[in-house]
Design a protein around this ligand. Structure first.
Ligand code: CP
Length: 308
């Protein structure tokens, strides 16, 4: 059974083939309606979500399947003390696929140990967000036609921003990418990621102002300050104070630089950027649905279900 709790669950060539499949779906080159007729996806969201939850539901509908689940832990039996392990075992009785978002980093491992159907990690705490990475990869690939030899500048909350951790780890597998990380000291990339960058002889810089990483960047990837994951000491500082992009203006962007953001946004990305052709964050949202359709197809195709 194939699961998707981290991007390395797929090989580089499988990932490229998934992106090609997502491209074909997006361009209506293939027919997918009715492909998953009668199949159900359990969407278990213990944390708030707009894009990820809606795009999974929309993807499942477009494939002919349907969705069951809950969108907050307060509306599920976890509010009565039910364990994640039991919830996953229950969802496995009804669904052909489980999509899980959870605040605990260890949640995907617990879920894997208790699921009898394919599992997708839709974000686990400050750790990973592998399907956002698929949306990000598709956005980069559609625009740059490559996933290597690029310079990416990441700015904002690089400590708690799981989309950054996932995307950087994944781009290391494609090789020859350079990274600039812009953040205040308190929100620098985790040591584990720094060690991975060092051990793979990757060229990377850690800076305090986005101005350093703007002009040589193929991609500028901004993130929101994740106050919900902050320790009390950091909550005293304002998001604007922590973002390090205060002087970043639309006119700073070179014509060929993609401006990306996983959304939702905060003060780091004013709406004046939205009209720029370089602004790709709503394309990330759109491509997220097609990448998730291709992923759901793949996981279901690799699974031989037991009779329920
Ligand atoms: N990008 C993203 O994960 O957004 P949501 O939290 O709204 O799903």
């Amino acid at each position: 059974m194939l699961n998707f709790t981290k991007n390395s669950d797929l090989s580089v060539s499988e990932t490229l083939s998934l992106l090609r499949r997502a491209h074909s779906i997006a361009n209506h080159d293939v027919t997918v309606l009715h492909e998953l007729d009668g199949m159900q996806m359990a969407s278990l969201f213990y944390e708030p979500s707009t894009r990820t939850r809606l795009s999974f539901a929309s993807a499942m509908n477009a494939l002919g399947g349907s969705t069951i689940g809950f969108e907050s832990s307060s509306s599920a039996s976890v509010a009565k003390g039910e364990s994640l392990a039991d919830t996953i075992r229950v969802a496995s009785q009804y669904a052909d696929l489980i999509v899980l978002r959870h605040p605990d980093i260890s949640a995907p491992d617990i879920a894997l140990a208790n699921s009898s159907v394919p599992l997708i990690n839709a974000g686990n705490g400050a750790d990973l967000h592998p399907t956002q990475t698929l949306a990000d990869l598709m956005t980069i690939y559609e625009n740059k036609k490559t996933l290597s030899g690029l310079h990416l500048t990441f700015a904002g909350d690089l400590k708690y921003g799981r989309t950054v951790h996932s995307l950087v780890k994944e781009l290391l597998r494609f090789g020859n990418n350079t990274f600039t990380f812009v953040s205040p000291d308190e929100l620098r990339i985790p040591n584990e990621l720094r060690t991975k960058l060092t051990n793979t002889n990757t060229l990377f810089y850690e800076e305090q102002s986005i101005q350093t990483g703007i002009h040589s960047a193929d991609i500028i990837y901004l993130t929101r300050i994740q106050t919900e994951r902050f320790p009390q000491s950091l909550i005293k500082k304002s998001p604007t104070e922590l973002t390090q992009v205060e002087n970043f203006k639309p006119t700073d962007l070179d014509a060929n630089t993609l401006l990306m953001h996983p959304l939702p946004r905060g003060t780091e990305l004013p709406r004046e950027f939205d009209v720029l052709p370089q602004a790709k964050y709503f394309d990330q949202v759109k491509f997220g649905k097609y990448a998730r359709m291709a992923l759901i197809e793949l996981l279901i195709s690799k699974h031989t279900p037991n009779t329920k």
